[in-house]
Structures are given as structure tokens and as C-alpha cells.
Design a protein around this ligand. Structure first.
Ligand code: EPZ
Length: 416
């Protein structure tokens, strides 16, 4: 396994370009199962989860190609089975459930396990699909789904689930009649999926609101589509400028979709200015601690929680973070403490007392955003930080050490 070495204390200066969004590309790749004809995607980030998704499409009977940041997929002979040994490496594989039921009327998808941040159930996905006529049996760790042609339904989610909204949008696109999704997720990646489905001939309205309406159609055709930039990767680099006391131009930054993050960063004393093709970011003097609560979009994103906590560790004063989306998303806290951070956990609340200086140490990544948090803390710490198990990081950050080295960071990869 690889590890990352960071020699911290260097203010970052220069320009970083944001890659395509992992959390938009993953559902969009699964939606390719719905197309009768070839799909060409651009701005697809080169990440482990993308390779895993393309392998799943191959197993499900598509011909795929991936070169540079261009991916193509064409359905040849659809199969209904998504095997456990693949699904266990990427829970987002469950997003093939809606497309398989819509196209084949059957699906055999391994139940995605939990992960480091929580149990991650899919009950809301299944309840919604049952309202559309699907029947499910859970056996031997697999979800067995059967349906005739899915029927449009009026569905209200108990919780604005991102994956649940995405699975139902894909299923409803080919269902008979109208589907209304209430209390739907409003995340920009859900909107990007809806826009992609419409580019294939779907009839979806309400994007960005909590009520999505879908008029089912008979078929969807192939198309070309550019995946939106990754707002969480972008937010991570905004924090990198602030935590190192440097100044960055973050290019292709989806700034409009980062309102809750930019609001908090400004409250902490970070200067942010939207320019023609980038966002200029730098701290204005000492960073201040703030209070944050993670919420569904447009609230503060849970995927930026660990990164903001790293910044709070070196702020002047005390801040707090309440994690209201996942039940166990503080795995980075003990690792940050190894770098000298002063954090107290009380249930789903973290109290962060800023320190003057973090000091490099050996730490271990536990999940994707926790590993980003450790990189950020390592950039700020004096001395050398070694981050092990960085395969977590490779799931969501395309070429992170190259991008950071390009703006002055002393960071490189070594074999463990
Ligand atoms: C998506 O996960 C993202 N993943 C996550 O990003 C992100 O943290 C999350 O949305 C919230 O924004 C992808 O898009 C691939 P949810 P998802 O369904 O769809 C509960 C990252 O770091 N829930 O909105 O799994 C669930 O347990 C990843 O890039 C149910 O109870 O999120 C959780 O507590 C991590 N039953 C909450 O809702 C269900 O049927 C949010 O889940 C579904 C969800």
C-alpha cells in the first residue's frame, strides 16, 4: 500500500484546477444503463471509484472505454447481477438498482455493506421503488428485485437521501406515467444527473428543489455530456490555501454550489473572490474558530466536515462541528490529535480548541474525507507527516499530490 509524505509549513501559491465531480460521475455512469445507444462523457475524473463503476458496467453488459478524462459506455447485452466482490468496494454500486429494474424488470444487487462513516442503509431506495411496483427479497446478502414495467408514483422521502433520489430519478425516467419525488435531495450532483437524464430524452423538472417531477418515456438515447466540477474537491483546496497561509487560484470551481462553505470560510476570516475563471482564496490574518452543523444541501456539506475541522485546529479560539448526517464521521479526530490538535467529542458534536502549531507525525487514513483532512493538517504542521492507507484518498482526489506540489507543497507518495 502507498503512503503520502508531507513536509509541512509551506504557504501554497499558484493555480489549482478542479477535476470532474466523483459524486456526479458515479450516478451518471450508472444512468448509462438506461441508454439505447452510446454515451460519451467528458470531465470524468480518474479515480478508483470511477474505474470500479466502469468495471461494474462491463459486468452488467456494457462496452466501456476510459482514456484521459473521457469515458464512453454502450449497452450491448444487459445482465441483472452486480456481484458482492465489486459492490463491497464501492457502495455507490447500489445506484445500478433503479436502472436495472427500469430496463430489465429484474436486478440482483449485493447489499452494500456499511463503511467507516456509518451503516449506510438503502431502505429508502427500496421503499420508493416498491411504490413504483418493484418487489424485493433480501437473501444471502443480495437484493433480489423484480418488476413489470415500473409505474409512476407519488413518493415522499423520510429523509432527503442523495442516493435514494438518484435511484428513483433513474427508475422514474422509463416508468409509465408521472412520478413525483417529495423531500428529494437538492445536491448539485442530483441536478447534474437529472440534466444528464434529460440530455438522453428524459422529462424531469424541479432540479435543485425538493420536489422533482418525472414524466416517464418509452426509451432514452445515447448523448454526450460534460460532468460538473467537484465542489468538495474545490472546497478542500480552498481550505488548503487558508490552512497554509498562502494564496491560490482555484480554477473551474463551482462557487455557486459552495455557498454554505464560502459563508463559513469568510466567517473564519478567509478572503474569497470569484474571478472570471477561478476563485481567489487566502486567509486575512489569523483564522477564527466558528460553529458548524452539517445538513443536506444547501446546508453545510458533511463531505466538507473533516476538512473544515482541520482548519479549526489551527484557528484562534474555539469552534464546534455537529455532524448530523452520518453517525460515525469523526474517525479523523484521533488522527488529528496525533498531530497535536485539541478536539473533544461529545456524541455527534466535536469541540475544537485552536492551537498555535500542529506537529508532523505518522497518521492513518480511515475514509475518503478523513484522509483529505489529514493532508490539510500535514500541510500546516511543522515537520514531516506520514499518512498511511491513502487508497481512501485515491477514491476522491484526482492527482492530489501533483496538484498540491504544483503550488509549492512538499508532498510525495512512497510505498509502505
Ligand atoms: C452521498 O451518499 C455521497 N456519495 C456521500 O459522499 C455524501 O456524504 C452523502 O451523499 C450526503 O451528502 C455519493 O454521492 C456517491 P444519503 P449517500 O443517501 O447517497 C441515511 C463522499 O465522501 N439513509 O443522502 O449514501 C444514511 O444512513 C461520500 O464523497 C438511510 O437511512 O447519502 C445517512 O445517514 C461519503 N436510508 C443519510 O441518510 C437510505 O435508504 C445520508 O445518506 C438512504 C440513506
Amino acid at each position: 500500500m502507498d503512503k503520502l509524505i508531507v513536509e509541512g509549513g509551506v504557504p501554497l501559491h499558484g493555480r489549482i484546477t478542479v477535476s470532474g465531480s466523483k459524486n456526479a460521475a458515479l450516478p451518471i455512469l450508472m444512468a448509462c444503463l438506461l441508454a439505447e445507444g452510446p454515451v460519451a462523457l467528458s470531465n470524468v475524473p480518474r479515480l478508483r471509484d470511477i474505474h470500479t463503476s466502469l468495471r461494474l458496467l462491463d459486468i452488467l453488459g456494457c462496452e466501456t472505454e476510459f482514456s484521459g478524462n473521457e469515458a464512453t459506455s454502450c449497452v450491448t447485452n444487459l445482465s441483472p447481477e452486480a456481484p458482492y466482490d465489486l459492490v463491497k468496494t464501492m457502495r455507490a454500486s447500489v445506484l445500478c438498482l433503479g436502472p436495472l429494474l427500469a430496463r430489465l424488470g429484474e436486478a440482483r444487487v449485493a447489499l452494500p455493506g456499511g463503511c467507516a462513516i456509518g451503516a449506510r442503509p438503502v431502505d429508502l431506495h427500496l421503499k420508493g421503488l416498491e411504490r413504483m411496483g418493484a418487489e424485493f427479497e433480501l437473501t444471502e446478502g443480495y437484493i433480489l428485485g423484480k418488476s413489470g414495467r415500473l409505474k409512476g408514483a407519488h413518493i415522499t422521502f423520510d429523509f432527503p437521501t442523495v442516493g435514494g433520489t438518484e435511484n428513483l430519478l433513474m427508475a422514474a425516467s422509463l416508468a409509465e406515467g408521472e412520478t413525483i419525488l417529495e423531500n428529494a435531495a437538492r445536491e448539485p450532483e442530483v441536478t447534474d444527473l437529472a440534466n444528464f437524464l434529460n440530455a438522453m430524452g428524459a422529462k424531469i423538472t424541479g432540479q435543485g428543489t425538493s420536489v422533482l417531477r418525472v414524466q416517464g418515456v418509452e426509451k432514452l438515447t445515447g448523448c454526450s455530456y460534460r460532468v460538473m466540477p467537484d465542489r468538495i474537491e474545490a472546497g478542500t483546496y480552498l481550505v488548503a490555501a487558508a490552512i497554509t497561509g498562502g494564496e491560490l487560484e482555484v480554477a473551474d470551481c463551482p462557487f455557486q454550489e459552495l455557498d454554505a462553505v464560502s459563508y463559513k470560510l469568510r466567517e473564519m476570516g478567509v478572503w474569497l473572490e470569484e474571478r472570471d475563471d477561478h476563485v481567489l482564496v487566502r486567509p486575512e490574518g489569523r483564522i477564527r474558530g466558528v460553529d458548524v452543523v452539517t445538513q443536506p444541501y444547501p446546508g453545510f456539506p458533511t463531505d466538507m466536515q473533516a476538512q473544515l475541522m482541520a482548519l479549526m485546529c489551527v484557528a484562534d479560539g474555539t469552534g464546534s462541528i455537529e455532524e448530523k448526517i452520518f453517525e460515525n464521521r469523526f474517525m479523523h479526530v484521533q488522527e488529528l490529535a496525533r498531530l497535536g490538535a485539541n478536539i473533544t467529542l461529545k456524541g455527534r458534536m466535536g469541540i475544537v480548541r485552536g492551537v498555535d502549531q500542529l506537529v508532523g507525525a505518522q497518521v492513518m487514513a480511515s475514509d475518503l474525507r478523513a484522509s483529505a483532512s489529514l493532508v490539510l493538517a500535514g500541510l500546516a504542521a511543522s515537520g514531516r507527516t506520514e499518512i498511511s492507507r491513502i487508497y481512501h484518498l485515491d477514491r476522491g482526489y484526482e492527482g492530489i499530490e501533483d496538484k498540491l506540489s504544483g503550488v509549492g507543497a512538499r508532498i510525495w507518495r512512497e510505498k509502505e
